[in-house]
Design a protein around this ligand. Structure first.
Ligand SMILES: C[S@@+](CC[C@H](N)C(=O)[O-])C[C@H]1O[C@@H](n2cnc3c(N)ncnc32)[C@H](O)[C@@H]1O
Length: 274
């Protein structure tokens, strides 16, 4: 799976600033939920280009430390380059389910749009709790309801309609596999966290045009980018046509482009005492 995300790394690199801007307010709310403060020690999991960890780095300042981690080495390379000017930020390659760190090392562990891609989500939360000090906070951001995220839902629907199937298949942990706040909360509790909270946050997504949206989003959805690249000639074009028609219906035009609705969940909880 890290190969799939490695191949999406150039797309994430090119769009990292846009993504961080779209998620800026929600990311600050995630840092609040993780009680990230000046001097904190913070681990970011599934960091991609590291946008959430870099926002944390601004808060913790040079009296704190931030470790950006991801299972895809090419993503970590992008994050490392973006973190260069901050010596209190470091990087590492490891997965959420096997964190290569001793117990109790962090005040906060963050995962922005990463937890939903793991098969054993409660196991990954338990692993994150292991590296937190007693009372430290875990905070994960996941996409909210697919219907409230047409910027991505329209493209997944277009692929599904083309082949007459649900896409991604229901058994695959895809981007909307933690869209239900009850489910997210229960996974955090099952992973051993206490004082669990789930909040939702609006994250509209803008683009210069429908074509710019179509050219950007599939490059970011790692497994989708690989699937589209492997399709027979003509099939990708048919999906594009369906997606653009759906995008026209689901977005609203503004003076400087188009805007889609977007929404995220932020689930958080505290590590128990040992
Ligand atoms: C949708 S991107 C989010 C990137 C980044 N957190 C952000 O919000 O900008 C998902 C990231 O999760 C990483 N990922 C997927 N499965 C993972 C796993 N099991 N452990 C660690 N990282 C994983 C991918 O490599 C990718 O960088």
């Amino acid at each position: 799976m890290s190969d799939v995300w490695d191949s999406a790394a150039p797309g994430w690199d090119a769009n990292a600033e846009l993504i961080d801007a779209q998620l800026a307010l929600a990311t600050e709310a995630m840092l609040d939920a993780g009680a990230v403060a000046r001097g904190s020690a913070v681990l970011e999991l599934a960091c991609g280009p590291g946008g959430a960890g870099l926002a944390a780095a601004e808060r913790v300042g040079d009296s704190g430390r931030v470790l950006l981690s991801d299972s895809a080495p090419q993503m970590v390379a992008v994050a490392a380059r973006r973190a260069q000017a901050r010596p209190w930020v470091s990087t590492a390659v490891f997965g959420q389910s096997e964190i290569a760190i001793e117990n109790g090392q962090f005040d906060a562990v963050l995962a922005r749009h990463g937890l939903m891609f793991v098969e054993d989500r409660a196991g990954a939360v338990r692993e994150a709790a292991r590296v937190l000090r007693a009372g430290g906070r875990y905070a994960a951001m996941t996409w909210g309801l697919r219907a409230q995220n047409p910027w991505l839902g329209c493209i997944l629907d277009a692929v599904g309609e083309q082949f007459g199937v649900s896409f991604p298949p229901p058994e695959v942990p895809g981007p909307f596999s933690l869209e239900d706040p009850e489910l997210l909360g229960s996974i955090l509790r099952e992973g051993g966290l206490q004082d669990v909270r789930v909040q939702s946050f609006s994250t509209p997504m803008g683009a210069d045009s429908l074509q710019a949206w179509w050219e950007r989003v599939p490059k970011l959805a790692g497994p989708l980018a690989s699937a589209l690249a492997a399709m027979e000639p003509g099939v990708g074009e048919a999906i594009e046509e369906r997606a653009l028609a759906a995008g026209e219906r689901c977005s609203r035009r503004e003076a400087d482009g188009i805007v889609f609705a977007g929404s995220v969940l932020i689930g958080s909880g505290s590590a128990p005492g040992r």
